[in-house]
Ligand binder design. Structure first.
Ligand code: ATP
Ligand code: MG
Length: 400
């Protein structure tokens, strides 16, 4: 299956001397210099990425970095100067105006920063707008609009006018409109940037929840790195119209592509971005139930450790074998590790938990924090040194 959305070599030049600007861009000349020499603005240059179904893909960059231009190229609201966009494997260059309108209404809908609500229509009519354009029967329009309004928690305001609602509520109407349209892909251009921090936080939570429940594919634009880190499965960082890095939040903060990204990400709260799964590693050693007590004791000595996870046949944690209990077992003639050698002196976490929620568990037991799956199987461990290492901001990756 092709990705839902694929951009290849996407480039946009605004201004008259486009050909010359493109040539200079191809030579790697910076945007400022291109503007000075041609009077044209290189808004986006050679950007490529694929978005998988159900992914929340964030495009992040400072003001003027080309985010809005890029997102408008994705549904051909803006014609590219070069490059292609494919939706479900279909090249948008092949579509005529009518097909493009259908695409924008049915498949790839846009949620804007300033809501773009119709002021003289009710909240319900606004939510149903895309369906009305599509010619969906009135009863079905109402049903879908009400479902969408219920989903965003606004059904009780369905008969209000937009100007009777707060900014956060208006933004939820915008979201409801996109949900009611039931398009596969939502393009969201800084939808929350006009909102107060607390309401913004609520909207972010709502979006994550909808994403989990409805499996929409979302391209989300923001200039706020913390928002990007909170929301994005992957993040495309733009600077002056060009890609500086594409990766998951943890990848970007632990291996910034250059000094710009390193500087940009140095303020991010790592404890909320990095999860146990990002930090886990293979345990230095583990033992099995039934293994020889002498053997385990010798292995502990070699590893200079005081305890070790003992796993059952399914890799579930049976407990921790401690050196002193193993020594006593040997004295008392027990040759195989069994329940009497085990203590519950360990802590575990799920892989998706952020560091902020488990940091207090690290380094308090004779074995490192265990990372376990839903069935209690040991996936790996998080040693204290890994946490300390991750918390230190990392300088830019060395080139070459
Ligand atoms: N229609 C246009 N004509 C000429 N230049 C444009 C046009 N649209 C955008 N630009 C220029 O292209 C560059 C990228 O603009 P764009 O709006 O894509 O940035 P942005 O990242 O969305 O910024 P913001 O965060 O401020 O919304 C800017 O230099 C802008 O001035
Ligand atoms: Mg913009």
């Amino acid at each position: 299956m092709p990705p839902v959305l694929r951009a290849t070599g996407l480039t946009k030049v605004f201004g008259a001397r486009g050909e010359e600007a493109l040539r200079l861009a191809g030579e790697g000349v910076a945007r400022d210099e291109i503007l000075r020499r041609t009077g044209s603005t290189l808004a986006v240059h050679d950007v490529g990425f694929s978005v998988e179904r159900g992914e929340l893909f964030v495009v992040m960059g400072l003001s003027g970095s080309g985010k809005s231009t890029l997102v408008r190229l994705l549904n051909r609201l803006i014609e590219p100067s070069a490059g292609t966009v494919e939706v479900d494997g279909q090249d948008l260059r092949a579509l005529g105006d009518a097909d493009l309108r259908t695409l924008r209404n049915d498949k790839v809908s846009m949620v804007f920063q300033h809501f773009a609500l119709l002021p003289h229509r009710t909240v319900r009519e606004n939510a149903a707008y895309a369906l009305k354009i599509r010619g969906v029967p009135a009863a079905e329009q109402r049903e879908r609009a009400d479902w969408a309004l219920r989903t965003v928690g606004l059904l009780d305001r369905a008969d209000a006018r937009p100007d009777q609602l707060s900014g956060g509520m208006q933004q939820r109407v915008g979201l409801a409109r996109a949900l009611a349209a039931d398009s596969d892909v939502l393009l969201m251009d800084e939808p929350f940037s006009a909102l107060d921090p607390l309401i913004r936080r609520d909207m972010q939570d709502l979006l994550v929840q909808l994403q989990t429940e409805l499996h929409k594919t979302i391209v989300f634009i923001t200039h706020d790195l913390n928002e990007a880190m909170r929301l994005g499965d992957r993040i495309l960082m733009l600077k002056d119209g060009r890609t500086v890095q594409l990766g998951t939040g943890p990848e970007i903060i632990s291996a910034p592509a250059n000094a710009y990204v390193a500087d940009f990400t140095s303020d991010v709260d790592r404890t909320r971005v990095l999860t146990a799964g990002d930090l886990l590693r293979e345990p230095r050693m583990t033992a099995r139930l039934g293994q020889s007590t002498g053997e385990v004791l010798r292995a502990l000595g070699a590893a200079e450790a005081n305890g070790v996870y003992v796993l059952d046949a399914d890799r579930r944690i049976a407990g921790v074998a401690r050196d002193d209990l193993l020594a006593r077992a040997r004295q008392e003639g027990r040759t195989a590790v069994g329940p009497r050698e085990l203590v519950a002196d360990y802590a575990t976490t799920a892989p998706d938990r952020p560091l902020v929620e488990f940091v207090h568990l690290v380094g308090r037991h004779p074995v490192p924090l265990g990372v376990v799956d839903d069935d209690g199987r040991l996936l790996g461990v998080v040693p204290r040194a890994a946490v300390l290492d991750a918390l230190a901001a990392v300088p830019a990756r060395q080139e070459g």
